[in-house]
Write a protein that binds this ligand. Structure first.
Ligand code: TYD
Length: 208
């Protein structure tokens, strides 16, 4: 088992129905052969994550909702992400801060002049930026049809909203091309898995 000096934080992002959770799980299984890997999610599986899920399911104010997501993120960093990175693990998070920038950047449009910048500034100075972010891109109509075939649904599964969120994700990727890796999520799962694995291996080789 290879131990990295300091861990690596890798995140998976994309609109609902992009398939990021499936790809993340498959990649984690493969990385586990060689590395100490931790798979985690946002919203988290803690009681704070439960509150976030309750908020999403209700008609909560968008700003209140943002702060619940941010509180969950702070707790996630303190209790899970930072300790695991300090132990040299590869930490894979299924959604992370870019979900806030993209989703709440959309829900808060109209309330702030630059909602993405405003949400980013709330994270400044304490969040841990990811080393690599895989952005799974799929057309919102394909994503929506995938969402409709599974039981779990959220209020964010609306085609016009999904278009805005995807545009926000693309804007974020454009601002940080070295961190973001765009993946065509309409491809076969195995093809995506190979692409992601080879990028991670390339990143690890460059880091060691
Ligand atoms: P998640 O459980 O990851 O849903 P899915 O598995 O369908 O991707 O996230 C729940 C919803 O919360 C999802 O619609 C995305 C949204 N979300 C935000 O709006 N902001 C955030 O910061 C995060 C982490 C998620």
């Amino acid at each position: 088992m290879s131990q990295l000096q300091k861990g690596i934080l890798i995140t998976f992002e994309g609109i609902d129905g992009s398939g990021k959770s499936t790809v993340a799980k498959a990649v984690v299984e493969r990385l586990r052969n060689d590395y100490d890997v931790l798979l985690t999610t946002e919203p988290t599986s803690s009681w704070m994550g439960d509150i976030v899920r309750k908020a999403i399911a209700s008609d909560v104010d968008s700003l209140a909702e943002l702060f619940l997501f941010v509180a969950d993120h702070a707790e996630h960093i303190a209790r899970v992400i930072k300790p695991a990175l300090d132990e040299g693990k590869i930490v894979i998070s299924d959604r992370y801060s870019d979900s806030r920038y993209a989703y709440q950047g959309a829900t808060l449009a109209g309330r702030f002049e630059d909602p993405i910048g405003w949400v980013k500034r709330i994270h400044a100075g304490w969040t841990i930026p990811p080393d690599l972010t895989f952005l799974l891109l799929v057309s919102p109509s394909v994503a929506l049809s995938r969402c409709n075939t599974r039981q779990k649904t959220t209020k964010f599964e609306d085609i016009e909203f999904m278009k805005k969120v995807q545009a926000n994700f693309l804007k974020l990727a454009g601002e940080e091309p070295a961190r973001f890796v765009k993946i065509d999520a309409e491809k076969d799962l195995h093809v995506m898995e190979e692409e992601v694995m080879s990028k991670i291996q390339e990143y690890i080789r460059a880091k060691i």
